[in-house]
Design a protein around this ligand. Sequence first.
Ligand SMILES: C[S@@+](CC[C@H](N)C(=O)[O-])C[C@H]1O[C@@H](n2cnc3c(N)ncnc32)[C@H](O)[C@@H]1O
Length: 238
Amino acid sequence: MKISILTLFPEMFESVFNTSIIKRAIDNNLVDIECINIRDFTNDKHSHVDDTPFGGGKGMLIQCQPVLDALSIIRTKDSHVILMSPVGIKFNQKYARKFSNYKHLIIICGHYEGIDARVYKYVDELVSIGDYILTGGELGAMVISDAIIRLQTGVIEEESHQDESFENGLLEYPQYTKPQDYNGDLVPEVLLSGHHENIRKYRLKESLRLTKNNRPDLLIGRAFTDEELALLDEIENE
Ligand SMILES: C[S@@+](CC[C@H](N)C(=O)[O-])C[C@H]1O[C@@H](n2cnc3c(N)ncnc32)[C@H](O)[C@@H]1O
């Protein structure tokens, strides 16, 4: 997979793409990432890329010309183009899965007060990373790139994804590592038992408990199994 990021601040991406699992994925050619500076495409003789909004208002908007010229050069028939925007669809693990299947994802980052809205009709979707306003789309592009790179085959072990939060509509159960006793705070006994079925059941119950307490919205419309219903009953009666 290839990810192209259109931004006015390519240097913001350096440490994120040069660290840990993402760096290893790039080094092992499991993903190809390029950060393209929108400013390199401006026709303005002073290299300006932004101007004041028509109709008045504070701040500066990135102009269509440099963004759309850059897009026309890097876009291919395999490209899926998203524009980072708080007014877009809200990114989640389902979108991470969807985007991870594209051969080429282009992410356009707004900055300042945003981007001239005429760019919208040249993109496939507007994508938000949450209900808050950031200074630019760069952090969102990093979030999206990270979430989809770790889903590429070979980046992390396939098994690691199975119980992860959101993968099966639930939050992940709490996990523990050594020491077994931290200042009297003990790891739950069942996890030390080696009894796989009991461990599976414990983890499912704790996943249900966490989801019910922290993200009840995830349970709406869920087709619960009989086992899940019984475990929820147990939680209710504790
Ligand atoms: C300050 S914001 C512009 C906000 C815009 N004036 C509004 O109220 O919707 C500048 C840029 O940051 C990015 N951005 C800010 N918040 C975002 C969010 N929650 N999700 C995705 N991108 C965001 C977008 O690319 C946006 O064009």
